[in-house]
Design a protein around this ligand. Structure first.
Ligand code: COA
Length: 254
């Protein structure tokens, strides 16, 4: 469900489960983690580019998977994926169309360049699902927008438009064409013409050191809380209500 193809120094990665808006199953997390790690090691890869099939980037974690095989502390494919993303040494570009929800939105904080089609909606629905944020977004978002704006986004989980995401600073450019992919491809090509040594050292200057340590630490802290919440009653109610296509009722649930 994840395609990848290397040509002219660009590793193109496609989340390819359009019938479920590219929602991640546990096996998709493992697949993507492996593709990114291999790409980061492969000397033929200069840039990685991720997009989603069928006018969606990703609807986040598969909700049925959350119910049937909830992650545990010992085996947490999403957390492994986020740590690999946070540690990549080569540039990762995202072309975002449609929706980017949950981990489909938080993983963008670990991309170096993000291009979004103008109608994209970014959604951080963690609290409305009885969960907590992940992907170090509770550290990286307030760093970008301040505490109050981050609270607004993370507590209410309301959709953010491509324009707003650009104003906030986690989208580089809003694309008015039907898809952000062609523009992202052009940017990837432009990077392949530059010196890989300068690119990787610049990325390292931007991301390594105390920030990376703090990001990895926050991914762990959030991950533990996330898993605890996932096994609790509020998340059960929220996830069941999504599958039953009804509004959740959190009354009496912590
Ligand atoms: N897990 C499992 N299935 C999902 C899914 C998810 N995260 N997101 C979407 N789908 C499924 C829908 O159930 C639907 O399946 P069906 O056709 O068998 O009924 C299909 O994908 C299309 O989604 P739909 O809701 O009809 O599309 P939409 O454009 O109206 O809305 C979303 C798109 C992403 C806003 C909406 O599907 C949604 O809110 N999904 C849940 C996102 C979420 O909470 N993710 C978890 C984050 S931790």
């Amino acid at each position: 469900m994840i395609n990848h193809q290397l040509a002219d120094g660009i590793l193109k990665i496609l989340l390819n489960r359009p019938e479920k808006k590219n929602a991640f199953t546990n096996s998709m997390y493992r697949e993507l983690t492996q593709i990114l790690s291999d790409g980061d090691q492969n000397p033929e890869v200069k840039v990685m580019l991720i997009s989603g099939a069928g006018n969606a980037f990703s609807a986040g974690n598969d909700i049925a998977d959350f119910m049937q095989s909830p992650i545990t502390h010992e085996d947490a494919p999403p957390i492994n994926l986020l740590k690999v993303l946070a540690g990549l040494t080569k540039p990762l570009i995202a072309a975002v169309d449609g929706v980017a929800v949950g981990i489909g939105a938080t993983l963008l904080f670990h991309c170096d360049l993000v291009y979004a089609q103008k109608d994209v909606r970014f959604i951080f629905p963690f609290v409305s699902l009885g969960l907590v944020p992940e992907g170090a977004v509770s550290l990286l978002l307030p760093r970008l927008v301040g505490h109050q704006k981050a609270s607004e986004i993370l507590l209410f989980g309301e959709p953010i438009s491509a324009d707003e995401a650009q104003q906030i600073g986690f989208v580089n450019k809003v694309i008015t064409e039907p898809s952000a992919l062609p523009y992202a491809e052009q940017r990837a090509q432009k990077l392949t013409a530059l010196s890989s040594g300068s690119i990787s050292r610049t990325k390292s200057l931007l991301k390594d050191g105390a920030l990376k340590t703090a990001v990895l630490n926050q991914i762990d802290i959030e991950g533990k809380l996330f898993i605890d919440r996932l096994h609790g009653p509020a998340a059960k109610e929220a996830l069941t209500s999504f599958l039953e296509k009804r509004a959740p009722n959190f009354e009496g649930l912590d």
